[in-house]
Write a protein that binds this ligand. Sequence first.
Ligand code: G6P
Length: 362
Amino acid sequence: DASDIEKGTYPHFMLKEIDEQPFVMRNIINKYQNENGKLKLDDDIRKAMTDADRVYIVACGTSYHAGLVGKQLIENIAEIPVEVHIASEFVYNMPLLSKKPLFIFISQSGETADSRAVLVEIKKLGHKALTITNVPGSTLSREANYTLNLYAGPEIAVASTKAYTAQIAVLAILAVDSAHAKGIELDFNPMQELAIVANAMETLCNQKEQMENIAREYLAVSRNCFFIGRSADFYVCLEGALKLKEISYIQAEGFAGGELKHGTIALIEEGTPVIALATQEHVNLSIRGNVKEVAARGAYTCIISMDGMQDEEDRIVLPAVHEYLTPLVSVLPLQLISYYAALHRDCDVDKPRNLAKSVTVE
Ligand code: G6P
């Protein structure tokens, strides 16, 4: 049928969409810069960002996880305070808002009912909203004041992959644009750095065998799996765990490395798979310490690090990218490991049980 044609030679949409990520990065670079290589964003959006005393990111699922990375980017690059909220919580438990809030809705589909419910509420209060979406004519895009497109192309697999990385790339561009408008001196050219990311993604897409081996070795029969990381790596761990849960039905959780000792480490048994991300220089020693702690209690550990920070025992060493953009490459092996884990466990990769691609009911 038509969908088989779109899949081309790929066995699943998810694998196709993982592989498309380098192209999506390059597409975003092209769409968001003008002929002179300058960032191309609406003046209205720039003004909304610089007028805001606080940004509220509202989203669900994978888009929420991209929002967590976005918070770090906007705070570090544009120096605007950011809160990130799960839409379904925000709507019934609204935080105290700042005087001049700007809302950013992140939604691949632009149709998620939980997010829309928040948009309706904040519009009643007279606040402005920007939607970052893959579907320009979608409800959230039409009903918000401003829209930024992801240009990721249709995402068909229920488990979101290329939309997540596109969301982070667009948030980085938005943060830099706001920083420029505020006159903040930056030692960071997002387009150059995203081009490096695209190449790094390509390298990883050519290492599928390695990811498949890890999936087979660690996840073929396990009941559970933990992902640990610190700082930006922690946010990617949350996304890695969600991917694995969604498509392989393995109970998976992402934890902050330092929080393990406050409870979670009780879950570690002989052979429990623990995948650790170590791409953040300033916490490299502490996350490696956490890996030793779980290994000492029997965990079967797998370290994914970054060039320049690696150690002999690491299973995957990611090509180095700018520290702001590490989530764009560290998520890729996690996506692939989840894919192969699901495949080996005979799960329906593109259409996992109980899940829908876009959830239009609250
Ligand atoms: C559904 C999908 C998730 C997605 C979430 C938010 O639950 O299964 O993959 O992350 O909705 O979707 P959105 O379109 O708003 O990004």
